[in-house]
Write a protein that binds this ligand. Sequence first.
Ligand SMILES: [Zn+2]
Length: 313
Amino acid sequence: MRWSINQAVVGSYEGSEVVRVLVGEEQREFTLHRKLLCDSCAFFQTHIDAIPSPSGSRDGNEDEDSVLWLPNEAPDMFESLVLWLYQRRSFSSFIEAATRRMSPDECRTLRTNLVHLHLFAAVIDLPALQDAAMDALQDTYLRLDWDMSPRFLAFLYGDCDPQHAVRLRRWAVAMLAWTLHGADDEATVMAGQIDRLFAAYPDLQADYNMHLRKTAQSRADVRIKNPQLRLPANKLRSGERMFGFRQCTFHSHRATVGEGMCPHALALGHSLVTVPVRRRDRKDEAESDGSEADRLIISPVGDLNETSYLDLS
Ligand SMILES: [Zn+2]
């Protein structure tokens, strides 16, 4: 998938200085507004401040050294970062619109990019981006009705730095519990593989057991508390908490916000629309609490602006 920025968005920043960012071994080039990038986080500020300003060079030659190279990052991941940088409030809408048009394979590639985006945001300490990537992942899994896969778990517990992946792991473990306790084919497939996974990754087993303990303590039912569902508030009635997770459960600031509003609410562009609950939840809802059976779950998916600046190509 390629996100391309057309001239309208560049024009809206006309007059400000730009910086070239080369990403990956192939050095895919992104031309971005210096101030926008610097203002996003200390990582970019530090690295870009070290680049000589083109306006200070003779003849204003912009080719002179105004380049930042990130050799170890994936260009497709960085492209998602650029999308977020320029279209922060519409980020989830763009991802949502993209998944509607994409083939299943393309959706999986998008998922991989979002995971790498989340990890990169952890590395450069950019919590707002982490949380936007987390939201987009949850929404994508909900929209496409995906379960957690053994391969994804093996990646998170085998290949990733534990600190950088801590929030992805927390979410993936909740997804694993929910998948394993489902009654569908995927649950059977996963159950057959889980012992091998636990043997290979003891941290996964420990996190999984802790998740089950905490869920039991909160008197939630792991079969119906769906980690794909990000409920639109942190202050929820106990009935609501049964079926999904608080808005900020997998966010970077989870411990500090309590039952208050998500500090990124505006930047994340949360405009609330309702989407139906997936079938498994409906069935169990009806069994557990008839009054909730026809309830719609609200998900922060905004409207896509037809005159948006970014095009999919
Ligand atoms: Zn939050």
